[in-house]
Design a protein. Structure first.
Length: 168
């Protein structure tokens, strides 16, 4: 069984990558497991809506501003079809530059991947977590790494990949 430091993060998408960076900056020894052989989905054309708070986290991690300019969300209007009333939120009333931002998934992932490359985070690609088991002292993650099953041990595991394939 291999010791992999303080924390194993399962999932190298935006959430897992940001978590791994934050934990690294806090002084923890982190291993990031990513199922894709080439790393995160840097060419993904989907868009994401991030809150202003998420922007602040990304700034602290050194990945904001993004290389592709995000679209600020300055106003949100909530209504009920054929119903009475409306709720309006504005960035100006909230005292923030924007309530949130629409960003390209791939641009965010590229920025996070670049930051990870300059961190101490150990990145294991082509690594799919099969199971997570723990006790009061440690956690063991059973991993399929390119066809070879191994067991990794750490103080804590964070599952940030949706967990659909795990046996918890």
């Amino acid at each position: 069984m291999n010791e992999h430091g303080d924390i194993i993060v399962v999932g190298g998408g935006p959430v897992g990558s940001a978590l791994a960076l934050g934990l690294d900056k806090a002084g923890f020894t982190v291993t990031l497991l990513e199922a894709r052989a080439g790393g995160g989905a840097e060419d993904d054309a989907r868009t994401l809506a991030l809150s202003h708070g998420s922007r602040l986290i990304l700034e602290r991690l050194g990945v904001w501003p993004l290389p592709v300019a995000p679209t600020p969300i300055l106003e949100i209007r909530v209504t009920q079809r054929a119903g009475f009333g409306c709720v309006e939120l504005t960035a100006a009333e909230s005292g923030v530059p924007a309530l949130g931002y629409v960003v390209e998934y791939g641009a965010l992932q590229r920025a996070l991947t670049a930051a990870l490359a300059n961190s101490r985070v150990r990145i294991e690609t082509a690594s799919t977590a099969l199971a997570v088991e723990g006790d009061a002292q440690a956690v063991t993650v059973t991993v399929d790494q390119a066809g070879t099953t191994s067991r990794l041990r750490a103080r804590l595991a964070a599952v940030a990949d949706g967990g659909a394939s795990l046996k918890l």
